[in-house]
Design a protein around this ligand. Sequence first.
Ligand SMILES: [Cu+2]
Length: 160
Amino acid sequence: MRTFSIILVTLFLTACGGGMNHNAQMGMAVATPDLAAQPAAESNGIAIRDPWARQGTIGDNSAAYVAITNATSADTLLSATGDVATAVELHTVVNENGMMQMIPAEGGVPVAANGMQILKPGSFHIMLIGLRKDLKSGDSFPLTLTFANAGPIDVMFEVR
Ligand SMILES: [Cu+2]
């Protein structure tokens, strides 16, 4: 049963990531974002750091991640939009009877007042469904992150 669960988790992460880097798929090669670094984008008290995405092939899925800090009252990331993929959705990961599954993040992704929210593998993420082009290491592409209070923020994501 335990082996079965591990296989399912691997399959899920592969489906969610689309890349071939096993360490990255399992989240082991993901460094903690440097929250003291200069933000990649900033608006109305929301700062965006370390925006990155997994490599992927045209037609496949990938995922994008970002660290969000909030210097004001509670906010919510309502959507991510861009033309890099046929559909861009906010997802979360839940444990359903021992199986990790990703589902749409209903109501968006909350960012606490004077707090932070880190989108990362195995947690909240931006799902890129049906890539319109190959994403290779070193490429970059824009997404617009729209917050309930802070409004839209344009962010360039780096492919790793
Ligand atoms: Cu997903």
